[in-house]
Every structure is written in structure tokens, then in C-alpha cells.
Design a protein around this ligand. Structure first.
Ligand SMILES: [Zn+2]
Length: 338
């Protein structure tokens, strides 16, 4: 996984070079990384009913069984969606005991992103539902490594569907930018942070206690490896490692996070290659919940986690998004590429 991702860092640089062009800057600095594109007023809005139909249709095209389970969440009112004073922000799905059912919370405002969030949380919901039915309480809770198997997958199905339906190329470009930056945050950024984590643990073993400056030097080295020359990292950026609590509180977290995300993208790539044959294997994988180690569960669906080609499939899915993004940018801003 690490080798596959670090040897494809140029995908990250490609995206940020494009962003620099679209923002009209000579160089992109670290604080520009998350700047929105100057595209306003092109987004489509979706009513709750439209969102429900989009999500259920996309699920149904993949697997009628998954759609039937997701439909229960709407029909039986297991989702709390309106924005209310005092309600917690964000979105999540929460399991209960297997004899009851999971719940979903979102704060729905009708943007494309909210539709994808709904698809994401319903993926968790379906995963919990299947796993709860098959395993009972003790294997119901999936660990971080496989927790996103249904959520990110469902989100990807809906993303592709929304992209097809969106008539405005500018709106599609904006959605694609968001999707790519979310994906970078969950795969590439986590892997670069894993290289940092590995780097300072190794240095600590070899050199003894490290100073903050030494941490910063390892941080900059591992971040520069990812961004290449696409983003100018100021000296002030070198202290950013200190805001990531996981390095102290949950060592290894960033690896598990990247693993979980790239796993799903690689599975999504298998679905594109295998089509309908992939679907029952995938449903079995969800139903297996936490009943065995991830490598054992995946071996049952014919996936070898030690095979670089499998991970390469996930990277390929990301690279294709960047290719589509570049094509969209040329379509929306032909003058910038003349
Ligand atoms: Zn999630």
C-alpha cells in the first residue's frame, strides 16, 4: 500500500498544478491548498425526496438488496435530517443492538455534497444492518480498517450518478475538485503522515530523544515528497505536525485510515472490472462485519492484500478522477489552456 501510494505522488502534484492555473496564481502556497474554486451559483439543489431517489436508484443499480435495506431507513424514519437549533453538526450512522436497527443523523441542506453524505451514512447503516443480522453483537462493530467499506463505496456510486446528471460543466468541475481533495485528504495525506510517523519513530530509536526542530524537519521532508514542486511550503508550515493529535493518542491511526479508504477505491475498481459478479461477494464481505481479520475476510472475496496490483487499482481510480478533472477544466476555461 505504502509503496503504491508514495510512488504515485505525482497525481497530487498534478491536481495542485491545475489548481494553481485555475486560481490564476504564479505559485500555490500551503494556505491556498483548500481554497475554493471561483465558481459560484452553478450548483444544483436537491429536495429531500430527490436525494432519497438518487441514493436509492444508485444503490439499486449496484444491488437491489442494498437498496431495499437503505429504503427501510427512509420508510421507517431511522434518519434525522433537518437542521435544527442545538442539533449536533456533521453526519454519522450509529448501530444499536442487532435486535433493533441502526440510526443515521445528517444535516441536510440540499447541496450535492449533502446527497453524497447521505449516501455515505446510509452505506454505514446498511453495513451495520447486514453485519448485525449475520453476526449478532460481537462482530457488529467494524474496525477502522474496514469501517468505510460500504460508506465510501455508496458515496462513489452516487457521485458518479450525480456527475452524469449534472448539466453544467462548471458545476461538475467544482464537484470533481471537492471529491479529489476529499480523496487526497483520506489517502495521500494520511500516507504522507504515515511516512512522518514512521520517520520520527525510526529516528527516535536511532538517535534518542528528538527536538521539535527535528520533528519539523521530518515533517517537511515527508510533505515535500508528496507535493513535489506543486505547492510552496513556507517555514511556518513545518510545525503543522503538532496539530495532529493522532500521532500521540492513536499511533498508527493514519495508516489504518488510508488503508480503509484505498481498500474501498480498489474494491470499486474491481466492481468496474468484474461487474455483476462482484456484487454478491461484496455483500458477503459487508455481512461478515468484524468476524475475522481484514486480510482473511478479503481473501474470501478473492482479494490478496499483499498484491500491489490490488492497491494499484485504487490509485488508478484516483488518477482517473484527476484526468477527468483536467478535461473538465479545459472545457470550462479553454482560454487558460490556449
Ligand atoms: Zn464514514
Amino acid at each position: 500500500l505504502i509503496e503504491t501510494v508514495t510512488s504515485s505522488y505525482d497525481i497530487v502534484a498534478r491536481h495542485y498544478r491545475l489548481k494553481r492555473t485555475l486560481l490564476g496564481y504564479d505559485e500555490l502556497t500551503d494556505y491556498d491548498r483548500y481554497a475554493p474554486l471561483p465558481i459560484e451559483g452553478v450548483e444544483s439543489f436537491y429536495t429531500w425526496e430527490q436525494a432519497r431517489d438518487i441514493v436509492l436508484d444508485a444503490y439499486h443499480t449496484f444491488s437491489p438488496q442494498m437498496a431495499d435495506i437503505a429504503r427501510k431507513f427512509f420508510d421507517e424514519k431511522w434518519i434525522h435530517a433537518p437542521v435544527r437549533p442545538g442539533k449536533s453538526g456533521g453526519a454519522f450512522a450509529h448501530p444499536t443492538v442487532p435486535s433493533a436497527h441502526p440510526y443515521v443523523l445528517t444535516n441536510y441542506t440540499g447541496q450535492a455534497r449533502d446527497v453524497m453524505t447521505l449516501a455515505h451514512e446510509l452505506g454505514h447503516g446498511v453495513h451495520m444492518y447486514l453485519s448485525g443480522q449475520k453476526n449478532g453483537l460481537f462482530a457488529l462493530y467494524t474496525p477502522l480498517t474496514t469501517a468505510e467499506t460500504a460508506s465510501v463505496f455508496g458515496e462513489m456510486l452516487v457521485f458518479q450518478d450525480l456527475m452524469q446528471k449534472e448539466p453544467s460543466a462548471a458545476a461538475r468541475l467544482k464537484m470533481m475538485f471537492q471529491k479529489i481533495e476529499d480523496t487526497f485528504a483520506t489517502v495521500y495525506r494520511q500516507v504522507a503522515m504515515n511516512r512522518f510517523e514512521d520517520g520520527y519513530h525510526t529516528a527516535r530509536r536511532q538517535q534518542g530523544e528528538l527536538s521539535a526542530e527535528q520533528f519539523s524537519a521530518i515533517w517537511m521532508e515527508t510533505q515535500k515528497a508528496m507535493f513535489g514542486d506543486s505547492v510552496n511550503l513556507r517555514d511556518e508550515y513545518s510545525i503543522w505536525w503538532s496539530y495532529v493529535g493522532h500521532f500521540v493518542s492513536v499511533p498508527g491511526y493514519v495508516y489504518a485510515y488510508a488503508f480503509g479508504e484505498l481498500l474501498v477505491l480498489a474494491l470499486y475498481n474491481l466492481y468496474r472490472e468484474q461487474g455483476a459478479d462482484f456484487v454478491p461477494k461484496y455483500i458477503d464481505l459487508l455481512a461478515a462485519g468484524d468476524s475475522d481479520w481484514p486480510d482473511k475476510l478479503l481473501a474470501r472475496v478473492g482479494v490478496d492484500l499483499n498484491d500491489p496490483n490490488f492497491w494499484q487499482g485504487g490509485v488508478k481510480a484516483i488518477e482517473e478522477l484527476v484526468e477527468q478533472e483536467e478535461a473538465l477544466a479545459r472545457e470550462v476555461y479553454p482560454e487558460l489552456f490556449a
